[in-house]
Design a protein around this ligand. Structure first.
Ligand code: UDP
Ligand code: MG
Length: 308
């Protein structure tokens, strides 16, 4: 029988572990598949680990627990879970039941019907979420999709079903700062998104403060676009050009015998130099952008199938 791995990152989720496990197993048992559930304790300060270990004691054959030495963030927890997973299929999901386990069989159905390699999920509504958070989230997708070569689906959640091959591809991405929403798009393959209405957390509270989320969004933009690094080159180039024209105009005027104020001349020269300096920074930025993409060490390509 085929094996399904479920990877669950958890941070301070003591109330949720058991509720989640029961809901998940109820669904998994209706499926014609073996399963393993990999809980990653991301440095929780409450009784999360104890809850996990008691499940582990009861179900040693299916439950695995990875315990981090401190809080490394959800992306690192994902990574550890994916590395540990042995399944032919892997699902990653949150422990707070915002990702409904009943969706897993539906995801399989879609995958088999349409020959997908990844079936993700996206919420079409954001009800129950603070308005300001929704506002920033929506605009984040607009900005990153304008600037980046990878197109991230608006409202896409981290709740995904993927084939082994996709997991192996994700594990080939070596970058230290991991932004999985981008990585899943970057690796390609045939992906599809099931839509659902936002569901509020069953217990506990969100682990993302506004600033944590804001930084996460910035990480995504910095990881998947070089535009911020290119910005000075553009600005500096533009300013330099304008000031060259201005200086030529001043020169022509003074040759024609028109008086040119010393202040105008000095200001123009200062602005010209300013332009050159920003441009120089921009050139450094261009090299940095190249170095950055080399350092990330992403593979040049991912092969889906080798026909020979
Ligand atoms: N999480 C984690 N490490 C963190 C923050 C969150 O492993 O540093 C887990 C958390 O326990 C949950 C999932 O990531 O299972 C999503 O977190 P949360 O529900 O707080 O995010 P939201 O649904 O509000 O986006
Ligand atoms: Mg949640």
């Amino acid at each position: 029988m085929e094996l399904l791995s479920v990877v669950v990152p958890c941070y301070n989720e003591e109330e949720m572990i058991r509720i989640f496990y029961d809901a998940l197993v109820k669904v998994l048992n209706t499926m014609d598949m073996n399963h393993e559930i990999i809980f990653v304790n991301d440095g929780s300060k409450d009784k999360t680990l104890e809850e996990m270990l008691s499940l582990y004691e009861e179900h040693k054959d299916t439950v695995k627990v990875i315990d981090f030495s401190r809080n490394f963030g959800k992306e690192s927890a994902f990574l550890a879970g994916l590395r540990a997973s042995k399944g032919d299929y892997v699902v990653v999901m949150d422990v707070d039941l915002q990702d409904p386990p009943e969706f897993i069989p539906k995801m399989f159905e879609t995958m088999h019907k349409n020959g997908d390699d990844i079936v993700g999920s996206r919420r079409v509504t954001r009800k129950g979420e603070p308005a300001i958070r929704s506002f920033f989230a929506r605009n984040f997708y607009k900005v990153i999709n304008k600037m980046s070569e990878v197109q991230i689906v608006d409202g896409a959640r981290d709740f995904r079903l993927m084939k082994r091959q996709v997991v192996d591809a994700i594990l080939q991405l070596n970058e230290y700062e991991r932004f999985s929403k981008g990585m899943f798009v970057w690796v390609g393959f045939k992906a599809e998104y099931l839509e659902y209405e936002n569901i509020e957390r069953a217990a506990g509270e969100t682990k993302w403060s506004f600033w944590k989320l804001f930084r996460y969004a910035l990480d995504g933009i910095i990881e998947y676009t070089n535009i911020p690094l290119r910005f000075p080159a553009l600005l500096g180039g533009l300013l330099t050009c304008i000031m060259i024209v201005e200086l030529i105009v001043l020169l022509v005027l003074s040759l024609l015998g028109k008086p040119v104020g010393i202040t105008t001349l000095i200001l123009s020269l200062i602005l010209f130099l300013g332009g050159v300096i920003i441009l120089a920074i921009g050139i450094v930025g261009e090299y940095l952008a190249k170095t950055y993409s080399e350092v990330k060490g992403r593979p040049h390509y991912i092969i889906k199938k080798y026909y020979e």
